[in-house]
Design a protein around this ligand. Structure first.
Ligand SMILES: C[S@@+](CC[C@H](N)C(=O)[O-])C[C@H]1O[C@@H](n2cnc3c(N)ncnc32)[C@H](O)[C@@H]1O
Length: 259
């Protein structure tokens, strides 16, 4: 709530100071805007270019969201860079929860035997997926995208458990009750879709505490962004660990009063 007011005030303040500045020339700004709009209109006839422009707009929006809410944030060019930053935040006992595993790239990265950070800690790793891909369309991706035909990734690790099925069934009350809340939680949200992500968040929010890590793999997209902005940020104060053009990792720093 508070953040929204700040955001609005921030925008108003910026407009006011821009209009009062010597750079503000209404007529020129208007002409320039028209030229840019015309160029965009022309080149957007090509699907490839219009998609690129759409993504560029989303990246711009994501970056301005980060800047407005958190100020300057460590920028990484890849999600692996963000995961490395998460490594430096790990505590002695950690429960990793990965929602949306697909072929297990992220899981494999973390459970790589060479990963030194995990050698020094006590941890368990839980991956949740149907392994039949997206249950409904998301963006331009049809139902079934990311499917492995039900095959669970071949990752042999004694601390790893896969929970196969819809999270709405597998992330059960029983499982939630079994989570040891004195452990640090490191949560990877990568279900892409709004509904299952909200389902998981609503279940896990009561267990979250200071020092836990929440990672959104598609924070640039409206679905995960809404969970971050309208759910997580209303319940907790969070500090970005780092971000890329699409992903963000956050550290829970306090619970807000309405939680
Ligand atoms: C983008 S992929 C995950 C990629 C993986 N985290 C990685 O980085 O390698 C998204 C996955 O979410 C899974 N998924 C989406 N909705 C789900 C639901 N309601 N229950 C279980 N899995 C779901 C899909 O099956 C898909 O494999």
């Amino acid at each position: 709530m508070v953040i929204r007011f700040q955001e609005r005030d921030g925008r108003r303040l910026f407009m006011r100071s821009y209009r009062n500045s010597k750079f503000y020339q209404p007529n020129k700004a208007f002409v320039l805007e028209k030229i840019i709009a015309l160029v965009i209109y022309r080149i957007s006839r090509f699907k490839y270019i219009s998609l690129r422009l759409k993504y560029a707009g989303e990246i711009g929006d994501f970056s301005s969201f980060i800047f407005l809410h958190f100020g300057k944030v460590k920028l990484r060019l890849s999600r692996e860079g963000i995961w490395r930053d998460i490594e430096s935040q790990l505590q002695e006992t950690v429960i990793f929860l990965e929602f949306g595993v697909a072929s297990g790239y992220l899981t494999q990265w973390w459970l790589d035997p060479e990963r030194l950070s995990l050698r020094e800690i006590d941890f368990s790793y839980h991956g949740f997926d149907t392994f039949y891909g997206l249950p409904s369309q998301w963006r331009d991706f049809p139902v079934g995208t990311f499917s492995t035909d039900g095959l669970v990734p071949q990752i042999n690790h004694d601390r790893l458990t896969f929970h196969v099925g819809l999270v709405e069934n597998t992330f059960s009350d029983e499982f939630v009750r079994s989570i040891n809340i004195s452990s640090q939680l490191v949560i990877f949200f990568d279900l892409d879709l709004f509904e299952p992500t909200r389902f998981v968040y609503e279940r896990i929010r009561a267990l979250l505490s200071i020092g836990d890590v929440i990672y959104f793999d598609e924070a640039r997209d409206k679905d995960e962004r809404e969970i971050l902005q309208e759910y997580v940020m209303r319940d907790f104060e969070v500090k970005p660990i780092s971000a890329s053009y699409s992903n963000i990792a956050l550290l829970v720093t306090s619970k807000l009063i309405n939680h």
